[in-house]
Design a binder for this molecule. Sequence first.
Ligand code: FAD
Length: 455
Amino acid sequence: MTRVAIVGGGPGGYEAALVAAQLGAEVTLVDRDGVGGSAVLTDCVPSKTLIATAEVVSDAAESAELGVELGHDSVGVDLRRVNQRVLALAKAQSADTTAAVEKAGVQILRGSGRLAPGDRVVVDEGSHEFVADVALLATGARPRILPEAEPDGERILTWEQVYDLDELPEHLVVVGSGVTGAEFASAYNALGSDVTLVSSRDRVLPGEDADAAYVLEEVFARRGLNVLSKSRAASVRREGSGVVVSLTDGRTVRGSHCLMAVGSVPNTEGLGLSECGVALDDRGFVKVDRVSRTSARGVYAAGDVTGVNMLASVAAMQGRTAMWHALGDAVSPLNLKTVAANVFTDPEIATVGWSQAAVDAGDIDAVAVKLPLATNARAKMLGIRDGFVKLFCRPGTGIIVGGVVVAPRASELIHPISLGVEASLTVDQMARAFTVYPSLSGSVAEAARQLHRRD
Ligand SMILES: Cc1cc2nc3c(=O)[nH]c(=O)nc-3n(C[C@H](O)[C@H](O)[C@H](O)COP(=O)(O)OP(=O)(O)OC[C@H]3O[C@@H](n4cnc5c(N)ncnc54)[C@H](O)[C@@H]3O)c2cc1C
C-alpha cells in the first residue's frame, strides 16, 4: 500500500487526501490550524459569509424601488452577531470537512509538519515521525505584512482579524484594490461603514476585465465609496482612536480602522525544503509542473504555496491532480485557461477562459459580444441596472474560448460559459440550449446567438 503524507489541510491538502484514500493509499494528513485551512477558517468561507449579510442589507436598502416599505429609516447590522455567525459557520464547515476526511479513512495529525531526508515527515519537531512514499505540500499562504503598517488586531487589521470587531468601523480605509481589497470595501460599504479604498493603480481590480472594473467603479462612486486611485500607501499608524494612512505623495487619509489587503506570502519556512531538494521559484513559491510535481522525486505541492493561481478551486484541483499522478490514475495536466473565478463584490464579476486583454494583445484570435443586463426582462424585474455578459469565441469555428459576467450571483451564471470553454462547445450549441424565460442566463444564450456566423 502506498503511504501518502500531506502537510497542510486546506483545499489543496484535504481534497488530495480524499482522492488518495479513494485510490487505496494509506494517508496521513498533518495540519496545524484545522482541516479546511485558511480557505475555511480565515479566508473564503468567512469573507463570503460576511458578504452574504452585506448582500441582504444592500438588497433591503435598494428595495424601495420595488415598492417595499421598510419599517425603519434605514437597515442596520449588529456586527458582533454577524461575526459570531461568520466564525461559527467557519468552525462548522471545518468540522464537516474533518468528518468527511476521517470517514474516508485518512489519519489526521494536529501539528506542524516538515519534510526530512529519507522520505520522512516530522511533526512538531519530532513528537511524531513517519515515512512516506509520496508527500504533498499544501501549506498555503498568509497575509503580506508591511513593516510600515504592522497590524495590531484592533485598528490596523489583516483580513484574518476583521471578524474580531464588535462594532462596524465608522470609516474603514482599505489598502489594496485587488480582489480581497475590493470585496471587503464593497461589503463594509453595504454594511454601513464609510469606506475609502486606496489603490496604487489607475483603477480597481487591475488584474480583471477592464469593462467589469469600470462598472464596479461606477457602482462604488454611486454608493459613496471613495476610491483613491494612483495612491500608494507608505505607512499606516494609529493616532488616538483612529488610524492615519500616509500616502507616498505626502497626502494622508484618516479613518477609524484600516484593513491591509496587499497580497499574500507563501508558507515555505521550516518545511525542510532545501534539505529535501524542493526548489522555489524566483518569487519564493514552490516550483511545480502541471501535474503538481516539485523538483524532488516523490514530493508534490498544491495550492497557494505554489502561487500558480491563488484560488481554493485551483488548490483543490492541483491536490487531486498530484494524487491521480502519484497513484497512477488517469490524469490531465492543470489547464489554467479553464479556471472560472469570481470577485464577490456587488455586483459580482465572474470570468473564465481567455480574457479581453489577451484578445486585444493578439494572444488569441477571437471575436466578442457584450450585452448589457439592463435590457434583460428579469434584470428589470429584479431592479438590476448594472452589469453585462461578454462572450468570446473563435472567429472561424465559433468555439467558445472565454467570457465575463458582471451581475448579482455572476458566480452562478458563469457556469454555462465555463462548460462551453471546457467542452469546446460552439456558440451555436450554446444558443440552442433552452434557457428559462425570464432569466439572467437568457443573456448568456442571447450573447451566443449574436455570435452566430452568417456565412
Ligand atoms: C480574504 C480571502 C478570500 C478568499 N476567497 C476566495 C474565494 O471566494 N474563492 C476561492 O476560490 N478562493 C478564495 N481565496 C483564496 C483561497 O483562500 C486560497 O486559494 C486557498 O485557501 C488555498 O488553499 P491551500 O490548500 O493552498 O491553503 P490554505 O487554505 O491556506 O491551507 C493551508 C493549511 O496548511 C496549514 N499549514 C501551514 N503550514 C503547515 C505546516 N508546516 N504543517 C502543518 N500544517 C501547516 C495551515 O494551517 C492551513 O490549515 C480567498 C483568499 C482570501 C485571502
